[in-house]
Write a protein that binds this ligand. Structure first.
Ligand code: ATP
Length: 229
């Protein structure tokens, strides 16, 4: 996936100013930056969900700008927004039986329960009876059911206890091992550094840093400085 010179507006207010970066297949790329920097807007732009946007978004080698969101999902992209996209009045099993769109053979429930064992034991519970972490797992699981191989995840660890964060981290590591491509918005820097191959820092609607995480402590220091965390 490659974005070039992406600009976006909410009404008259410009939110993205020429964003460009690449997401390599099979890698985990993290978008970091302060609140309001434009990270969520970038995910929405990739999905074509903004009222007005320009620039180029290449998905699976094809120009996707101008395509409708449902057409973009055919490239195997799944978007998990910050507000978890689950049906709270349906059970876990029913949620998993109703994926939002199907573009290929989705991940089997048995496989999903290996990734997220909590969901197996909660199968007959309704969405609104789940903990925040379980809701997050279910939201990711629903995307996996669609057969998406590229996952756009907006702050999957926000507000979750460390133990649950660890479980989600393990699941994402396993997905990466299986060849999934992940673009993640994340504030938790340790989570980012455990998982990411590449970090793209966003400030005021533009890319201000784009670096590989192999540098370890050096990368952490640079991000801390960049984000003034
Ligand atoms: P956060 O971590 O707080 O979600 P973010 O980096 O994801 O921050 P965005 O949500 O993409 O930032 O917001 C980028 C800018 O666009 C901000 O100035 C925000 O106020 C504005 N914005 C976001 N959503 C809307 C909207 N629906 N209508 C108008 N302006 C919006």
């Amino acid at each position: 996936m490659r974005l070039s010179n992406v600009q976006a507006w909410y009404g008259d207010s410009q939110a993205l100013f020429g964003v460009g970066f690449a997401v390599r297949p099979g890698e985990v790329t993290c978008l970091v930056g302060r609140n309001g920097a434009g990270k969520t807007t970038i995910l929405r732009a990739i999905m074509g969900l903004l009222p007005r946007q320009t620039g180029s978004i290449i998905l699976s080698g094809r120009e996707a700008s101008g395509m409708r969101p449902y057409e973009r999902t055919r490239f195997g992209i799944g978007y998990c927004p910050e507000e978890r996209a689950i049906f709270s009045s349906l059970t876990v099993e029913e949620n998993l039986a109703l994926p939002p769109a199907v573009c290929a053979a989705g991940m089997a429930n048995a496989d999903i329960f290996v990734l997220f064992p909590n969901l197996r034991t909660r199968g007959r519970h309704y969405g609104d009876q789940l903990s925040g972490g379980e809701q997050q797992m279910l939201a990711i699981a629903r995307i996996l059911r669609t057969g998406a191989q590229t996952l756009l995840l907006d702050e999957p660890t926000e507000g979750l206890a460390p133990l649950i964060v660890r479980q989600i981290e393990d699941a994402l590591i396993e997905l990466k091992r299986r060849g999934y491509t992940i673009l993640l918005v994340e504030q938790n820097l340790d989570f980012v550094l455990h998982l990411a191959d590449r970090v793209v820092a966003i400030e005021n609607g533009a890319v201000v840093d784009d670096l590989e995480t192999r540098g370890g402590e050096h990368v952490k220091a640079r991000l801390l400085e960049r984000l003034a965390l």
